[in-house]
Design a protein around this ligand. Structure first.
Ligand SMILES: [Ca+2]
Length: 250
């Protein structure tokens, strides 16, 4: 027989709070106009051209199997959204370039807009006729390794926004790159890319409710541990004080 639990209202309230929190934490998304995508789940990288080195799709992702491997895919999108996951390795030599709109390249891009990922963090680089410069950066307080989700948007005014794991990290305007023919990836052994989705519409806008670059944001995933740690410190402090009082009272 069905018995109504006394905890149902509080469970409902908790679920509502969790859902509202989830919606507030996610960047706003609109409907995308897909231009091209590749998740490599068919085990191949048909349509891509290897420029240097070699790649594998053995793990249903595009992974470099040689140091300094490069690959490109035809892409003329310069206004829109580029979403993908990057596999990073925590190593001193790790350096990966995603030239998300690229007109030309040798080993490095020569003309294009590039997200450079190194051990220090993320830099937005423009390359124009072999000249390159950083126009935005995000250096997290820890080395990032493993899969990271990246979203980049650029609107028709040239405003570029880079979101790393759903947080807006780089925001700048650039209109110097004249055209794009490729999406170009330069990476190292064991690193790679997956779940690429490219659209010609800006599908993500920053959510003002999402704090970016704050200490709270870094601590948020560890909040239960932080609370537990603080509680432990309080309990230990009270215990020490209580013991000291007992000793003094003797
Ligand atoms: Ca995949």
């Amino acid at each position: 027989m069905f018995t109504r639990s006394h905890n149902t209202p509080s469970f409902f309230a908790l679920t509502c709070v969790l859902l509202i929190s989830l919606v507030l934490l996610l960047p706003d998304s609109a409907s995308a106009t897909l231009v091209w995508s590749d998740a490599f789940d068919d085990g191949n990288f048909d349509g891509w051209t290897v420029t240097y080195g070699s790649f594998s799709c053995a793990e249903n992702a595009l992974l470099a199997i040689q140091y300094s491997s490069a690959i490109h895919y035809p892409s003329t999108v310069m206004v829109g959204t580029w979403s993908f996951d990057l596999l990073l390795i925590d190593s001193g030599t790790s350096c990966l370039h995603v030239c998300f709109y690229c007109e030309s390249f040798q080993i490095y891009p020569t003309t294009g807009m590039d997200l450079k990922v190194s051990r220090n963090g993320f830099e937005l680089m423009y390359w124009l006729d072999y000249y390159d410069d950083s126009i935005g950066e995000y250096f997290p307080p820890f080395v990032m390794a493993g899969w990271q989700h990246i979203d980049i948007t650029r609107d028709d005014t040239g405003l570029i926004r880079v979101y790393i794991n759903d947080s807006l990290r780089i925001e700048t305007v650039d209109n110097r790159i004249p055209s794009s023919s490729y999406f170009y990836l330069l990476t190292n052994q064991g690193e790679g890319i997956d779940n690429i989705v490219v659209s010609d519409s800006v599908d993500i806008t920053p959510n003002p409710a999402t704090p970016s670059g704050t200490l709270f944001e870094f601590l948020a995933p560890y909040l239960p541990l932080v609370v537990l740690g603080l509680a432990l410190i309080v309990v230990l402090s009270v215990g020490i004080l209580f013991r000291r009082r007992l000793l003094l009272a003797r």
